[in-house]
Design a binder for this molecule. Sequence first.
Ligand code: AGP
Length: 607
Amino acid sequence: MCGIVGYCGPRVVSQVLIEGLRRLEYRGYDSAGISIADSQQFTTVKKTGKIKELSAAVPEDIQGLSGIGHTRWATHGEVNDTNAHPHLDGSGKVVIVHNGIIENYEALKSKLKSQGTVFVSETDSEVISHLIAQYYEGDLEHAVIKVLPLLKGTYGLAVMHTSEPGKIVGARNGSPLVLGIGDHEMFIASDVTAILQYTKEAVYLNDGELVAMTKDGYKTFDINNNEISKQIEQINWEIEQIEKDGFPHFMEKEIYEQVASIKRAFTGRLSLDTASGHLGGLDMLPQELHSIERVKIIAAGTSYYASLIAAYLIERIARIPATAELSSEVRYKNPIVERNSLYFAVSQSGETADTLYAMRELQRKGAKVLGVCNVVGSTIARESNGGVYLHSGPEIAVASTKAFTSQLTIFYIFTLILARMRHMAFEDGLEFIKGLQSVPSHIEQILSKTDELQSLARKYYKHTNVLFLGRGLNYPVALEGALKLKEISYIHAEGYSAAEIKHGPIALINEETPSLFIVPDDALRDKVISNMKEVKARKGPLIAFAVEGDTEVAEIADDVFFVPKANELMYPFLMVIPSQVFAYYCAIELGRDVDQPRNLAKSVTVE
Ligand code: AGP
């Protein structure tokens, strides 16, 4: 998704903007640009391609009082220099950067054209610069406040005017904006990674809020031009956490961080005294938890696959009906909100539009929706009716890894709490806790053998189709493994229930299509082995992720990777790791941009 960064202050403005845009690269983009305001005019440089190309095109000697920058993930208009942001009005007095979609831009554009406005780009965003110029009467925030009601859709906006150099006006509706407060300098950005190296004091704008900022301070308003006071919050991340720390890619670093991030997610939340757990953010009394009659989870992408595992586990272990649904489907299906239902909105970024809007729809119908997010202060976290943070640290790689296993950890703890309130015996609760506490060391063992997965990737990376297959609790792991492979290596991969393969997908099996089976030593092992044999009989190459010592699987499969023996409920944690590493090495073999795969964004803030 697009990224915005803005700065008012004494530093070299172009350097702050370029460095800030570099920090936002992980959000996904195809072009970038900056505009710097000196006392009379703007200097604007914008280009398709990476930040390093933009940086090379920025003149060394620009002096500026303020500036705005943007990384564009194209929605309207092809990828070219003209459509890159920033956008100016015809007089060159107003410059804007925009994240979001203006849904009524065509009507606005034709009206402006009928009044003689000349457009240079194909974008929806450009209408905003012309409208602000039209309404400007000497006060930029007032001009912006007059224009916003004309815009239908979503925006994160940063605006400057040549008559007020050193001032930036920001506005938010649907696309995040955070202020960074410095000492005689101010920052604005799409997320804190762009400002973390300068300040830890942040103010998060909500939808319908604006800010007018200069180096000496800021004022926040609502869309009705009422001045509002906003809480200053401390950013709880360190700059090192958004560096690669010697790893070639953020994705590899974050795969390895899972040993620590899972520990962080359960530390202080499991009790051997009660053989249960504790999730402070739930903010629910035992009586409320006990009255829950069903659990419903909404999410997208990898978070949805974690939610599928969560729903399966809650129903199987806590014996409460539980479902996971795609946010984008829930929002428009006119969902029925039943009494005594507890909802969760699961989102690493806390900004995914599909999940945010579905949550709002459920809340409008009376649902209590808890957020499970990683980014503190994110919109879903702030608008939910309580919830739990993953605390897995910033996840920079577009492909989600540590957030997935931290999401699982939170829901395993939640399942334990519910189960121990109902029928789960003390000793079973202890067994469950022991299993969960063993996961980090088991993952360490797996990560000590990544060379085997690299060899596997080198053997299979030239295939153009791969099937991932699993059953029960590990069926969503197959879905997630397929997503990892396709999103970073661009190899077509599909996840299926292993049993489902005979209802169609087996038609795909030939010597060119490997099938990767997830075969834990659980109650469904023999069934999965039967499915493997169905593939083998049709000469399909067989890869298996199995449990140490399973010689039968090793004999059937062409290649096998072993994970440690564990409590069978914990295998989703263990089986997803080789899936992540296998996908990573396939992408490396293919020379892909592992951390920023083509077309993808880390935070999908458009529908
Ligand atoms: C996962 O690797 C992808 N980057 C994507 O599917 C992601 O999980 C999805 O967009 C949801 O993001 P969220 O967890 O931030 O809501």
